[in-house]
Design a protein around this ligand. Structure first.
Ligand code: UGA
Length: 465
């Protein structure tokens, strides 16, 4: 087929991680014939059986449904993906082991593997988060290595989905950014745009805004968006540090800031900071790339954003150690291993990091998480995991909440007080109703929030009692 004729029927998805698997299932849901390509045969076998190798609400039924109809299949063979009209590049770009930059091995490798099979006109669409300039390099690779050469076009269409909301974010994103080689007015851009508009006809028809850009701008939109979100989170966590020093309450401060519509309350929740497979490595890769292209000064502040974020973790460790120093016990229950609720992803998880640091300090740590125990065990087999909240909290001297799962928010503080050694809770995510916990006899602590000061009347009552 010729993508300029507006007849996209088959799409390939290169890389079937969170992004690729979600995109594959959603493309099948939209009616396209989809082939998912991955180099990991174990993952491919699982997906081909309609099973999801990770936790993501609403995704497994979609996957199973379209695998069953045959509209969605998975393979390890690039030749099987070659016939697609549009190829979505969804492989990971983790942090390099030897520095802050992104490891582009999978991106370059998958394009190099696919290119020799591209012998008919098609569109390759980059969705992976990459350092600016990568798309231009890949376009060159395709021109040189694809038999169809100039008939193979490259566009950049960054992905903004959040784990835990992946399906909804894919089908109805906030915006669709289409980066076109040479910009929207360049010769050849119209063909790529026709195919992109066809692929995303459903979302565009529902009013999702379209942003047309050149390749570098499209690449930058993604890293800039994640950097902005990370900056907002670190800003409020820096305010939490100030509040601790000044005896002020960061939750009240954040609530007041949020009422200014120019600021808004989203991504302004203080606590343990950001983790996961995206925000931390993306801001580091952005800094590294800015330095490479001579614009390091512009992003120097992101190093501070990173530092504030990592300090959230050391401050939580210190809070626990200070609290343990008030008594003689050394047992801590950690509630939460995933980097956020609704996911079993433990990549750069703040809570798991804190648990591991406490363990290294000789503390007896017991972790419970509703979804992430298997993934956490794989990364930190040396830690102790408990099958329930009660088992994690049995005889604990401190209960530390690190992930705001709904089932933790709704815990009964009265019941839990009966199983712990000392009723002390550190709410590192500001997720618990402090008043109810205090009323149930708990000492409630949270970063950036002062302990209640006894009023003269309350103090007198305490003395009399
Ligand atoms: C993030 C972005 O939000 C997505 O738009 C983007 O597509 C994705 O990265 C990506 O690059 O693939 P995600 O990593 O799923 O999505 O998670 P977020 O919901 O952004 O949360 C990131 C971290 O920030 C979590 O650890 C969360 O607990 C923390 N966070 C979030 C806060 O500490 N405070 C907040 O107010 C909000």
């Amino acid at each position: 087929m010729d993508v300029s004729q507006g007849r996209v029927r088959t799409v390939s998805i290169i890389g079937t991680g969170y992004l690729g698997t979600t995109h594959a299932a959603c493309m099948a849901e939209l009616g396209f014939e989809v082939v998912g390509l991955d180099s990991d045969p174990h993952k491919v076998a699982m997906l081909a059986a309609g099973r999801l190798p990770f936790v993501e609400p609403d995704l497994e039924p979609l996957l199973a449904e379209h695998v069953a109809t045959g509209r969605l299949r998975f393979t390890t063979d690039p030749a099987e993906a070659a016939a697609a009209d549009v190829h979505f590049l969804c492989v990971g770009t983790p942090q390099r082991s030897d520095g802050l930059g992104a490891d582009l091995g999978a991106v370059r490798g998958s394009v190099a593997a696919l290119a020799p099979h591209l012998s008919r006109p098609c569109l390759v669409v980059g969705k992976s988060t990459v350092p600016v300039g990568t798309a231009a390099e890949l376009a060159e690779t395709l021109r040189e290595a694809a038999p169809a050469g100039p008939e193979v076009h490259l566009a950049w269409n960054p992905e903004f989905l959040r784990e835990g909301h992946a399906v909804a974010d894919t089908l109805r994103p906030d915006r669709l950014v289409f980066g076109l080689e040479g910009g929207p007015d360049a010769p050849g851009a119209a063909r790529a745009l026709t195919a992109l508009r066809e692929v995303y006809a459903d979302a565009l028809g529902a009013g999702v805004p379209e942003v047309l850009a050149d390749l570098p701008t499209a690449e930058l939109v993604k890293t800039a968006a994640n950097s902005f979100l990370a900056t907002k989170i670190s800003f409020i966590n820096a305010m939490a540090e100030l509040c601790d020093a000044a005896g002020a309450d960061v939750t009240v401060l954040a609530g007041a800031l949020a009422l200014d519509e120019r600021i808004g309350g989203r991504f302004l929740a203080p606590g343990l900071g950001f983790g996961g497979g995206c925000l931390p490595k993306d801001i580091r890769a952005f800094v590294a790339r800015a330095e490479e292209i001579g614009a390091g000064a512009a992003l120097a502040f992101l190093r501070e954003v990173d530092a504030v974020n990592l300090r959230c973790r050391t401050r939580a460790v210190d809070l626990v150690l200070d609290e343990l120093a008030r008594g003689s016990g050394r047992r801590v229950a950690v509630l939460g291993a995933s980097f956020k609720p609704g996911s079993d992803d433990v990549r750069d998880s703040p809570g798991l990091d804190v648990a591991a640091a406490l363990h290294r300090s000789g503390i007896d740590v017991r972790i419970h998480d509703p979804a992430a125990m298997p993934t956490a065990r794989r990364v930190h087999p040396e830690l102790t995991y408990a099958d329930s909240v009660a088992a994690a909290c049995a005889d604990a001297d401190v209960v530390l909440l690190t992930t705001e799962w709904p089932q933790f928010r709704d815990l009964d503080p009265g019941g839990l007080a009966a199983v712990v050694a000392r009723p002390v809770v550190i709410d590192a995510r500001h997720a618990l109703p402090a008043g109810s916990w205090r009323a149930a006899g708990w000492r409630y602590l949270a970063p950036g929030r002062p302990e209640p000061v006894a009023t003269p009347r309350a103090a007198a009552a305490t003395t009399a009692a």
